[in-house]
Write a protein that binds this ligand. Structure first.
Ligand code: FAD
Ligand code: UDP
Length: 386
């Protein structure tokens, strides 16, 4: 007897399954349409080199949430990796996010923090003190026009394929601007990579006698014994697939960006000397190159080969993997309608990145799953007498 069906074995689904199996003794069936667990955090060793490759794009774990940090440490230890990104503009390499090093290199100057602030303020004066209304104006207000044109404008256009004047100012607020030489990519208290890889971590979360994971099983495939028609209303369901797909796109499609990854094994010890190099210029078609060996300098990787991955961004069609919610005004209106529809499904809890149409980092997906267990799922299963 199954007490709960979880659709999707990503961090959200596995956190729910692990907590409920351990806390209530409930029998949890996790299904996933892919042939592996872990959702987008899945990684595997590249067969020739043994180098761990994050199959759905590089995943860096970071959090300032103490509850999440304590929870994830039950399943894995973390290395002391600190993420740093560089960017190649017109044949020259600069540190990213923009910091005093980037500013002084770009302007061929030796400004101190206050002088650099004054310079950027002067360059942002073109906005005349106006509150920035879109990504373009926000970018200029934060770093001035010359740095914005060099490092942000074309990168953003490549990544979102949308005029920066039509994008939300909040996208650029993800990146810090620092008037020090600190070039850490993230500001969080805790940061690191799982010592023995993402998949070992995800498998440990699912390793419980009350958890069964069934792969290659699509919730919308009526020929499978566990499918939407057979299950909803009979057993509580936690659904972490796309919310518009659940309702058969009744309120239209929400827009997503997908990525194409071009992976190559090169016969060199080191291709770029760092894990991520961004390419902000218009004439380079990809946005960045990942070189996976640099995520684990502590590992004994081969010295005659390396794995790189170029990342290209485009709008997702229905058959593509949805990665980033574009979140236009039309999407926000559509999402509200889908939220109303979810209220008519009392036996289904919608969660995770796809189920809520929110760009959640891993720690946010895990944190929101822990809250949903406390506030909604434990009471729900408790009411079933488990
Ligand atoms: P997912 O991992 O997407 O899992 C959902 C699962 O549901 C999938 O396995 C899918 O196959 C399954 N599913 C969907 N529909 C069905 C169906 N009909 N039937 C059965 N199964 C179904 N976070 C960070 O913290 N740091 C990073 O550096 C980072 N980088 C990222 C880079 C990229 C390119 C992407 C896309 C995401 C990145 N993230 C990063 C975010 C991270 O991937 C998410 O936070 C995390 O995967 C969310 O987990 P989830 O369980 O909500 O969703
Ligand atoms: N960005 C940019 N240039 C860069 C890096 C980022 O213009 O070199 C902008 C871009 O608009 C991007 C946003 O900052 O969408 C957030 O960047 P982040 O690296 O957080 O994006 P992610 O890793 O989620 O793709």
């Amino acid at each position: 007897m199954t007490d709960l069906v979880v659709v999707g074995s990503g961090f959200y689904g596995l956190t729910v399954a692990e907590r409920l199996a351990n806390e209530t003794g409930a029998k949890v069936l996790v299904i996933d349409r892919r042939s592996h667990i872990g959702g987008n955090a899945y990684s595997a060793a590249e067969p020739r080199t043994g180098i761990e490759v994050h199959q759905y794009g590089a995943h860096l774990f970071h959090t300032s949430n103490e509850r999440v940090w304590e929870y994830v440490n039950r399943f894995t230890a973390f290395t002391n990796y600190v993420h740093r990104v560089y960017t190649t503009h017109k044949g020259e390499v600069y540190p990213m996010p923009i910091n005093l090093g980037t500013i002084n290199q770009f302007f061929r100057s030796a400004l101190g923090p206050q002088a650099a602030r004054d310079l950027i303020k002067e360059q942002a004066a073109e906005l005349g003190g106006k509150e920035p209304e879109n990504l373009d104006e926000k970018g200029v207000s934060l770093i001035g026009r010359p740095l914005y044109e060099a490092f942000i404008r074309h990168y953003t256009a490549k990544q979102w394929q949308t005029d920066p004047r039509e994008l939300s100012a909040s996208i650029i607020s993800r990146l810090p601007v620092r008037y020090t030489y600190d070039n850490r990519y993230f500001n969080d208290t805790h940061e690191g990579l799982p010592v023995d890889g993402y998949t070992a971590w995800l498998e440990r979360m699912a390793d419980h006698p009350n958890i069964e994971v069934r792969l290659d099983t699509d919730f919308f495939d009526a020929t499978q014994p566990i499918n939407k028609g057979a299950v909803v209303g009979q057993v509580p369901v936690v659904y972490t697939g796309p919310v518009d797909r659940y309702f058969d796109y009744a309120e239209g499609e929400l827009s997503w960006r997908t990525l194409d990854f071009e992976q190559e094994v090169l016969d060199v010890a080191d291709f770029q000397g760092t894990s991520v190099m961004n390419y902000p210029d218009e004439d380079v078609p990809f946005t960045r190159i990942h070189e996976f060996r640099h995520f684990h300098p502590e590992r004994d990787y081969p010295s005659d080969a390396t794995v790189i991955m170029r990342e290209y961004s485009r709008f997702a069609r229905r058959e593509d993997e949805p990665y980033y919610p574009v979140n236009t005004a039309a999407d926000r209106a559509g999402l509200l309608k889908y939220r109303e529809l979810t209220e008519g499904e009392p036996h289904v809890h919608f969660g995770g990145r796809l189920g809520t149409y929110q760009y959640l980092d891993m720690h946010m997906a895990i944190g929101s799953a822990l809250s949903a267990v406390d506030n909604k799922l434990l009471p729900m299963l408790g009411a079933r007498g488990n």
